[in-house]
Ligand binder design. Structure first.
Ligand SMILES: Cc1ncc(COP(=O)(O)O)c(C=O)c1O
Length: 360
């Protein structure tokens, strides 16, 4: 039985929304984008937001809007997708990697943050559909040390502590709508902020460094980070399915727990936050060996993120393994199990049995 790592949750109802874009005959960023943005702001509970072409560019836009650049150090949690660091690097600032609290809790470890007079910001990423175990401390730390707090909330749409949505804890936050995210627009990103001046700057930068489209005067170099109304229509359709997505993902998690609970460790879920599993993450002695065994059974497992300090593309920063013990352990032990909507109980049993056999 083949089990791929992910499949997008798109269907005929999404297709019907796309048809409406053609009927409108407005295919670039337009009315559907405005409606999608309004709905996102309502869900996230943020006053301001702009789209970006994807979650990576959204991070770059966030850095530029905060005027982070050459000479600035930005702390980044060491276990996260590479884009969290690349957004910093794209803006010309210097990513500074910080270990996570524990291999099964990917919150940034404040005890391992070394401040200098170059330290300007911190990027944290709530991953795998859960959130942070230490957000109040992180907020306080950033306030005390005059650091901007940026949330890479690519995987955290609809994750809240009941009052506050991920993406509203800091100064700026970014979301991704890539094909495997909680809702998808195929590609797409969104940036929210609580600061009006940062919002105005994002609008300016994403619009070729000008205040108004249709004029050709550009006080600063900016870029085109627009999305299309086809993406926005897809996003609106996906939002209508958000409750179903939450329910179906919860069922998948419960089924994995039924088969694997007590046998392997699961990623810790942050206290007080809801959970919409982006991937179900479990920990075994050797993720590599288990993944190999599962691959032989036509299952496509995936590792957890390779620690940023070890990334070949960041070797010039000169990090060694010391002080990254937890992110290394997370990589060596962690396995992302397929978590896409449409998985049947048979699929989940098959994946779980293969995992159990691999460790027996
Ligand atoms: C944590 C995190 N940050 C950033 C991104 C980048 O988003 P995108 O693929 O839309 O550029 C992703 C996407 O996988 C992600 O998981």
């Amino acid at each position: 039985m083949k089990v791929p790592q992910f499949k997008s949750y798109v269907d005929k109802t999404d297709y019907a929304h796309l048809e409406a874009v053609f009927e409108n005959n407005y295919i670039a960023e337009g009315p559907f984008a405005r409606e999608f943005s309004d709905k996102l702001l309502e869900i996230i509970g943020s006053p301001y937001g702009v789209f970006a072409s994807n979650g990576t560019v959204a991070l770059y836009l966030a850095m530029r809007a905060l005027e982070l650049g050459p000479g600035d150090d930005v702390f980044v949690q060491n276990s996260t997708f590479i884009a969290s660091a690349n957004g910093v690097e794209m803006a010309g600032a210097n990513p500074v990697f910080v270990d996570v609290v524990r291999y099964d809790d990917l919150s940034i470890d404040l005890n391992k943050v070394h401040l200098t007079d170059k330290s300007k910001a911190m990027v944290i990423a709530p991953l795998f559909g859960t959130a942070y175990s230490n957000i109040a401390e992180v907020q306080q730390f950033c306030r005390d040390n005059n650091l901007f707090l940026i949330e890479d909330a690519a995987q955290a749409l609809a994750i809240t502590d009941g009052v506050n949505h991920c993406g509203t804890f800091g100064d700026v936050a970014t979301f991704s709508f890539y094909a495997d995210k909680t809702i998808t627009t195929a590609e797409g990103g969104y940036v929210v902020t609580r600061h009006e001046d940062v919002y105005e700057r994002m609008r300016f930068l994403r619009n070729q460094g000008r205040k108004q489209s249709g004029t050709f005067l550009h006080p600063e170099i900016g870029y085109n980070f627009r999305i299309t109304d086809m993406q926005a229509a897809l996003g609106l359709s996906q939002l209508k399915k958000l409750d179903t997505i939450k329910r179906e993902k919860a069922k998948i998690y419960d089924l994995y727990y039924k088969h694997l609970g007590g046998h392997v460790e699961f990623l810790r879920l942050a206290d007080g936050f809801n959970h919409i599993p982006f991937r179900v993450v479990v920990f075994v002695d050797s993720a590599e060996k288990s993944a190999q065994y599962m691959a032989e059974k036509e299952i496509e497992p995936r590792s957890v993120f390779y620690p940023l300090h070890r990334q070949p593309c960041y070797q010039h920063l000169g990090y060694g393994d010391e002080s990254f013990e937890q992110s290394i352990a997370c990589y060596e032990k962690g396995i992302c199990l397929p978590t896409w909507i449409g998985l049947t109980e048979e699929h989940i049993e098959h994946v779980s049995n293969a995992l159990l056999e691999s460790i027996s």
